[in-house]
Design a protein around this ligand. Structure first.
Ligand code: ADP
Ligand code: SF4
Length: 699
């Protein structure tokens, strides 16, 4: 297919100081959870995006000194020769495809707890930020930087920049955002200094300007110098001669950077979930930057539509289209736009499972792209898959996320696939869930796959087909894959976290009842110990229908796990807007049809609350009847020539949609080979240890 000329502008080169980006697709720095400990995993992950046409590929936060230590959260380092070698793997990989490599040099200031280095955190005036999530809390308060500390940080930045150049980077960052050290100097609430670094805006900007100066002096002839800056808070503060302090900061720094990478201040607004925020949400904060500098500007906004991208450029908002999540969900997004294959774009759905990987301290996972992070470990590629050595007939029962992904990948491998679902549409759990408040974008998980499956001549798809053992034996495929999903139960637990049995009353509901259109009679008590989105979103849904709802959870917050996906603050806001009463740290212990008994998780004190119905959002168990029935008829199954029966997705082990997609993909990659094949283990680059060598020799 030919590219639409409207999109030609996206493929123009852009000069960034002494280097030139080959196009306007810019993978901004983003956490990958890979760190220098997984250099090959990281290089392959980033290389895939370069191969897919992203003109610039950046690292995530890369510490310039052990005093910037965010452990146990993952971060990269640029401290020594081994670090240079680890990063060089990525720059070489990116350069192989003609893209530029950028490094986000970073000092965390008071935002890091230096848990491993045990150095007191640095800050302009000894003022920490207020952490409300236990993962970010610590007991170390920062020290106030004296002049020699300031000189040290500037020296580390310059040394980090030189090391970065040696490692092969083309763009070197100064970071003044997201609560980190540069940002702390900009805000008077953190910066109480009375010397030349505090007070007036000119003084508060000085430290960031000096970081830019030392970086330029160190590598400015060879590398572009980028400034990453958060503007949300500053944009809300009136300036003295400009509409806001954000304007004045950019005005003061306009000539000091070769590129402005502009963003919001906190994770929930910077990388917000689609449940609450649409594409291009940063624009009202960053739209002015280009009017105050001649240097190119890059920004993000979960851009997936080429029309939105072109509009950002034509309207003078951005010069480069920044992508973090869109580049994870579809590393080949630029190539697909270039080749006019828009329908094939695997759109980011804004679920933020990728961010949760960073909070979990593991390599990135993606709901839409199961190959993310698996490029080196398992040799997976987002666009290519090995042809099956022995193509066979495969029957997949269940067309939810797991079944759809499995069918797509098996189809690509050349198998003859039959996908059957008893429902009236494909999508499984998505069919209902995407009708819930804020979740419609998630339907792209099904739509993307159905679009590709419909193009395949070796995949047949059947709806309204309730498949049982007899049908499977009659069809006699070579392989059977069961993707039959899970069901929610009415199980309750004790305060010792032990299951105590199902809550038994005709007006006790589960999410499956709501999906089937059985709405509870209000007032309703939602008891949520699943703690991801379902309890919160169903509470919103019921409240929207006019049902009086109380939300109760044994966790400390509503939808407590959504802190991992940046959604938690907005979940609470959404529930408050609907006047939902939220009770935390309580267990549901009884319900008689008129009153529910709640017991405090720690004290055991009880109280009763009036309600007509209870909705339990807790334990999910696999739908295993078909598997068990097939196992019971193993002789008939063998006689029909069925070589294998595999279970995938929620039908194997219930989880998030990302788990189901990954499970479906894994099965399709492994079918005909080894199940649960081990993945390759990466190793950090370290100096050889003479002691180990001699010990090995002695053995
Ligand atoms: P997952 O997230 O693992 O893909 P889902 O619950 O989203 O699981 O999807 C499971 C799908 O399997 C549903 O669409 C359901 O209709 C279908 N299904 C379950 N049992 C059968 C069966 N016996 N025959 C056909 N389809 C089935
Ligand atoms: Fe987008 Fe979700 Fe993938 Fe993150 S995990 S890139 S938000 S689809």
């Amino acid at each position: 297919m030919k590219r639409d000329p409207r999109y030609d502008v996206l493929f123009e080169p852009v000069k960034i100081g002494p280097v030139t980006a080959p196009n306007r697709f810019y993978q901004v720095p983003h956490a990958s959870g890979m760190t220098n400990a997984l250099p090959r995993v990281r290089a392959a992950f980033r290389e895939t995006k370069a191969e897919g046409g992203w003109g610039v590929i950046c690292t995530g936060a890369c510490s310039t000194d052990p005093s910037s230590d965010d452990s146990p959260l993952p971060f990269a380092t640029m401290w020594d020769t081994n670090d240079i070698r680890a990063h060089a793997m990525m720059t070489e990989a990116v350069h192989r495809h003609g893209s530029l490599a950028g490094v986000e040099l970073w000092h965390g200031g008071a935002s890091v707890m230096n848990r491993t280095s045990r150095i007191p955190p640095l800050s302009p005036s000894g003022i920490p930020w207020m952490a409300t999530h236990v993962g970010f809390m610590g007991n170390a308060r920062p020290k106030t930087m004296d002049k020699s500390d300031i000189r040290d940080v500037l020296r580390w930045q310059a040394e980090g920049a030189r090391k970065s150049r040696t490692a092969g980077f083309d763009i070197v960052y100064v970071y003044a955002g997201m609560g980190y050290l540069g940002y702390e100097f900009l805000l008077p609430e953190y910066n109480h200094r009375t010397d030349e670094y505090g007070g007036t805006l000119e003084n508060r900007v000085r430290f960031v300007r000096e970081l830019l100066d030392v970086t330029r002096d160190a590598v400015g002839k060879d590398c572009g110098v980028a400034l990453r800056i958060s503007l949300e808070e500053l944009r809300g503060r009136p300036g003295t001669h400009q509409p806001s302090e954000a304007h004045e900061v950019i005005e003061l720094l306009a000539d000091y950077a070769d590129l402005f990478d502009v963003k919001m201040d906190s994770s929930p607004t910077d990388c917000s979930a689609s449940r609450f925020t649409g594409e291009g949400s940063h624009e009202p904060v960053i739209d002015f930057v280009k009017s105050l500098t001649k240097k190119p500007v890059v920004g993000v906004g979960r851009f997936t539509s080429p029309d939105t991208m072109v509009s950002q450029i034509r309207r003078g908002v951005l010069d480069l289209i920044g992508g973090a999540r869109p580049s994870i969900a579809d590393p080949f997004l630029p190539v697909k736009i270039k080749e006019g294959r828009h329908d094939e774009i695997r759109e980011c759905i804004g679920c933020n499972i990728c961010i949760s990987s960073w909070h979990d301290g593991v390599p990135v996972r993606c709901t839409q792209n199961p190959t993310a992070g698996e490029e080196w470990r398992r040799g997976w590629h987002p666009e290519r898959v090995d042809a099956a050595k022995k193509p066979g007939k495969v029957l997949i029962v269940g067309g939810g996320p797991a079944g759809l992904e499995c069918a797509l990948t098996l189809g690509r491998r050349g198998h003859e696939v039959t996908l059957a679902d008893k429902g009236t549409s494909f999508g499984g759990r998505l069919t209902f869930e995407t009708r819930l408040p804020g979740l419609s974008t998630w339907n792209r998980v099904a739509e993307y796959r159905l679009g590709r499956l419909n193009e395949m001549t070796n995949v047949s798809m059947y709806l309204e087909s309730d498949i049982g053992v007899d049908e499977i034996i009659d069809l006699a495929p070579d392989h059977v894959v069961l993707a039959t999903g899970a069901r929610w139960t009415r199980m309750l637990y004790s305060s010792m976290e032990i299951p105590v049995g199902e809550l038994d009353h005709p007006r006790v509901y589960t999410p499956d009842d709501i999906a089937a259109g059985r709405l509870p009679e209000g007032p309703t008590l939602v008891f949520d110990f699943d703690s991801y989105y379902m309890g919160g979103v169903l509470t919103e849904y019921l409240a929207q229908q006019g049902n009086e709802v109380t939300y109760v959870t044994p966790a400390g917050q509503a939808s407590a796990w959504t802190i991992m996906t940046n959604e938690l603050p907005l979940v609470h806001r959404a529930l408050a807007r609907r006047n939902v009463r939220v009770t935390t740290l309580h267990m549901l212990t009884a319900f008689d049809g008129a009153m529910a008994t709640l017991t405090h998780l720690f004290t055991g004190e009880t109280f009763r609350i009036k309600c007509r119905s209870v909705l339990v959002v807790g334990l999910r168990m696999p739908r295993k009847e078909l598997f068990e029935a097939l196992t019971a008829r193993s002789e008939d199954v063998s006689a029909a020539g069925i070589k294998s029966i595999r279970r995938i997705g929620d039908g194997l082990a219930p989880g998030a949609i990302a788990h189901a997609v990954h499970s479906g993909h894994t099965c399709a990659q492994e079918l005909g080979g080894k199940q649960y094949a081990p993945y390759r283990r990466d190793t950090p680059i370290v100096d050889a240890e003479p002691e180990f060598k001699s010990r090995a020799a002695a053995e």
